[in-house]
Each structure stands twice: as structure tokens, then as C-alpha cells.
Design a protein around this ligand. Structure first.
Ligand code: C2E
Ligand code: MG
Ligand code: MG
Ligand code: MG
Length: 286
């Protein structure tokens, strides 16, 4: 027994772990390619609630991977690898197609219909023609473009110069609304925000989590004031209880989203969600 052989053993151990990690990654990538070929991705919808009206004002499309025999897998488990491999462009096409087909079906069925917001990856801006993508999906299903909203995260806006792109004003000319997602976690400047002229600002869940702590509402209050000054509607995400909802309403937040109102639901629940009366922020005195 010597230090040298132990070193060798360790090296073999790390080497095999390294190859194991590469093998697992390649396997997952193959599974994801297969999942795209087989159309195994489905979309759930989470309502965004107007805090004054207590009604859904729109719904966010959130993708899930339905693996045969394995149930649903959430996006945090597969989006990063799809982005690394560029496969996110194909996922984005499938999600948008699914949302537009759903909106066309819902319009035919009648009943309460609200716009749907779709999350878009920065890769879809840099590696594909996003304007053509939305244009063709809208034409394919003959839907009203004002039923669509695009969500781009604040941090991805700063990546790859996307924030500078002319594509946002072109998308707006199509009649699509624009939303800045996960706000407060990136580093956008006031002048960038003013130039972008987005319709909606979504405050990241991290701020809502801290709202009940001392001083926890000061940042939210200033984000709301800034967004309103720039003409944007403000949505708080990740509302899980009534206290958070009431504080946000008091601060002048326009809309909220979170498990307190509803988890993301399958498309079949659309009618129930879109026509539901959500609890008013201030309970009526009895
Ligand atoms: P996001 O766009 O910020 O979506 C909000 C996430 O918060 C969703 O997670 C939603 O289920 C979750 N959420 C909503 N309310 C609550 C709450 O009250 N408490 C907590 N703890 N969580 C809540 P989900 O569905 O796992 O999606 C995670 C992220 O994956 C999304 O964050 C978005 O960035 C990305 N994503 C989802 N669908 C797509 C898609 O079609 N394309 C792309 N590129 N990204 C997507
Ligand atoms: Mg989002
Ligand atoms: Mg978000
Ligand atoms: Mg997020």
C-alpha cells in the first residue's frame, strides 16, 4: 500500500465519474431529442389575477415534459440543457404552436377567453427568426395577435445584446404584448427600460418572499412606482398567501400570480380558471 497507488486509484475513480457524467448528459440529450420528435412536451396554464377585479386577466403558458410511464417533469430540469444544445429553438416552436392551436380551439368553444403569455429564451432571439415564428403561428391558426404576450427575463435581455434589438418594436407592431420577467434579479438600467417600452413588468418571486419581513416592501414599492412611471402594468409572481396578496394590493400592484390563486393547470381547466371569482384582496365584512 503506498500513497502512489492510492493516488492512481483516486484518479481512476475521478476518471470514471467524469466519463459517467458525460455519458449521462449525452443520454439526456438523446432523450430530449426523442421527446421533441415524439411531441412529448405539453403546456399548462397559470392564471394572472387582476387584484382589483379578482378575475384572471391572462394566463402564462408553462411547459412540462410528459415522459411515458414517468409522469411530468418541470422545465427547470430540462430547459438549461435545451439551451446549451440549441434545442430550445425547437421547443419554443412546439410550445408556441401548441398555445396558438389552443387559443384557436378556445375561441371556437366560446366562453371566457384571456390572453396567454409565452416564455421565450434568449437563444430564440439569437439563433432563430422570432418575428417569423410568431407571424407564421398567428397566421396558421388565424388568431388575434393581441391574445399573445411574450415574456423575456430581465437577465436574458442583457445577454447577447437582445435588449438593443429592433425585434421588440416589430413584435409590438404585430400586436403582441411584451413582458419583462423575473424583474429585480438582472441589471437593466432605467434608460434601457424606458427604451424598451414593455407593457408588463413581473416582479421576481424572491421579492414577494421577503415582503412580510421588515423593510421587505421598500424595493417592491419603488419597482412599482418606476414601472408605473414608465407606463407598465405590474405583476407580482409567487404569491402563496393572503397576507402577501393584501400587502401587494396596498402597494398598488396591478396583478398577481401564484399558488394562492391557482397552480398551473392543464388546458382542460381553462373555462373554470378564466371565469372564476378569485378571493377579493380585502375580505368583505360580514
Ligand atoms: P417563470 O417564467 O418565472 O414562471 C414562473 C414559475 O414559478 C413557474 O415554474 C411556476 O409554476 C412557478 N410558480 C408560480 N406560482 C408560484 C408560487 O406561488 N410559488 C412557487 N414556489 N412557484 C410558483 P415552472 O413552471 O417550473 O417554470 C420554471 C421556469 O421555466 C419559468 O419561470 C420559465 O423561465 C421557464 N419556462 C417555463 N416554460 C417555458 C417555455 O415554454 N419556454 C421557455 N424558454 N422557458 C420556459
Ligand atoms: Mg414567465
Ligand atoms: Mg418569472
Ligand atoms: Mg423564473
Amino acid at each position: 500500500y503506498s500513497v502512489k497507488t492510492e493516488g492512481k486509484g483516486n484518479f481512476r475513480f475521478f476518471q470514471s465519474r467524469y466519463f459517467e457524467a458525460i455519458r449521462a448528459r449525452l443520454e439526456t440529450e438523446m432523450e430530449l431529442r426523442n421527446a421533441l420528435d415524439q411531441h412529448q412536451f405539453i403546456v399548462h396554464y397559470q392564471p394572472r389575477v387582476d387584484l382589483a377585479e379578482g378575475k384572471a386577466s391572462s394566463m402564462e403558458a408553462l411547459v412540462r415534459w410528459e415522459r411515458p410511464g414517468k409522469g411530468l417533469t418541470g422545465p427547470d430540469r430540462f430547459i438549461p440543457l435545451l439551451e446549451e444544445t440549441g434545442l430550445i429553438v425547437r421547443l419554443g416552436e412546439q410550445v408556441l404552436d401548441s398555445v396558438c392551436r389552443q387559443l384557436a380551439d378556445w375561441s371556437r368553444e366560446g366562453g371566457a377567453l384571456v390572453p396567454v403569455s409565452v416564455n421565450v429564451s434568449p437563444r430564440q432571439f439569437s439563433q432563430s427568426d422570432i418575428l417569423a415564428l410568431f407571424h407564421s403561428a398567428i397566421a396558421r391558426y388565424g388568431i388575434d395577435p393581441s391574445l399573445l404576450e411574450i415574456e423575456v427575463t430581465e437577465s436574458s435581455m442583457m445577454q447577447e445584446g437582445i435588449g438593443e434589438s429592433a425585434v421588440f418594436s416589430q413584435l409590438r407592431e404585430l400586436g403582441i404584448k411584451l413582458c419583462i420577467d423575473d424583474f429585480g434579479t438582472g441589471y437593466s438600467s432605467l434608460s434601457q427600460l424606458q427604451k424598451l417600452r414593455f407593457d408588463v413588468l413581473k416582479i421576481d418571486r424572491a421579492f414577494v418572499l421577503r415582503i412580510e419581513h421588515p423593510e421587505g416592501d421598500t424595493l417592491i414599492a419603488s419597482m412599482i412606482a418606476m414601472a408605473h412611471a414608465l407606463g407598465m402594468r405590474v405583476v407580482a409572481e409567487g404569491i402563496e398567501n393572503r397576507k402577501q396578496m393584501q400587502l401587494l394590493k396596498t402597494l398598488g400592484c396591478d396583478e398577481g400570480q401564484g399558488f394562492f390563486f391557482s397552480r398551473p393547470v392543464p388546458p382542460g381547466a381553462r373555462q373554470a380558471v378564466a371565469s372564476r371569482e378569485f378571493q377579493p384582496a380585502i375580505a368583505p365584512k360580514s
